[in-house]
Design a protein around this ligand. Structure first.
Ligand SMILES: [Zn+2]
Length: 237
């Protein structure tokens, strides 16, 4: 993994420097998603390149890097959650466990973990302008109306609040809805859970719906491109 260690020296979550690489995609999913061999390779990295210590994969590590960077913290998420005085005063909602970030995020005094679909992301139970940070990873593609979910995040975030998330993105093509296509499920091969059904396959125009939902500022973080992209959207003051 020489080419990888060049771009990922230490895990942005826990600081360890050993990584393992698992192959995640399976033939049925590759066929439904119509992925080329190059696309299979980078999506396997996104999902299967993991820190040997904290077990977070590349998408979760990239999300961690986006969060610390947004607060100007030059260090790992573990230290950020323990010592960053500003973030320790903020309300943080994680929706579904973003791989294995929860053990680090739960150190934050005002952290809460919620589950999708029990928490309907299109109609969340939170008051307007009540949350500082929302985090989720590879969940939005399972929401029937992703733009409604983004609008809802905008509603519940405080002015200046942050939404951090990842979705699987195939950068060489445009976003497509799976409406009218045979059902496709993420998760594990042969497991067809309703909350794992894919409603939208994101492509290079993934950012449009964020602005369409009303956000006015979006930034991206990548640790290994195009394998990982984390999205950071800010609610205007
Ligand atoms: Zn780690």
């Amino acid at each position: 993994m020489g080419e990888l260690s060049a771009s990922l020296e230490v895990c942005p979550v826990c600081g360890h420097d050993q990584f393992v690489k698992l192959s995640i995609l399976w033939p049925e999913l590759i066929e439904q998603w119509q992925l080329s061999p190059d696309e299979v390779a980078y999506i396997n990295l996104q999902q299967g390149l993991c820190c040997a210590n904290c077990k977070n994969n590349l998408r979760a590590m990239t999300l961690a890097a986006a969060v610390t960077k947004a607060f100007g913290f030059d260090g790992i998420l573990k230290d950020f959650c323990v010592s960053h005085q500003q973030v320790r005063q903020l309300t943080v909602v994680e929706i579904n466990q973003a791989k294995n970030l929860s053990p680090f995020l739960e150190i934050l005094p005002q952290y809460a973990l919620h589950s999708f679909p029990q928490l309907d992301m299109q109609r969340m139970s939170f008051a307007d302008s009540s949350i500082d940070i929302i985090i989720h990873s590879d969940t939005l593609e399972h929401v029937p109306d992703s733009k409604a979910a983004l609008k809802e995040s905008l509603r519940v975030l405080k002015p200046g609040g942050h939404l951090f998330y990842t979705v699987p993105i195939v950068v060489g093509r445009l976003t497509r809805s799976r409406r009218g296509l045979p059902p496709s499920y993420h998760g594990r091969p042969g497991v067809y859970r309703d909350d794992c059904i894919v409603h939208i396959e994101y492509g290079a125009d993934f950012w449009c719906e964020i602005f369409e939902a009303g956000f006015r500022e979006v930034s991206l973080t990548s640790l290994i491109f195009p394998a990982s992209v984390a999205i950071h959207a800010i609610k205007g003051a």
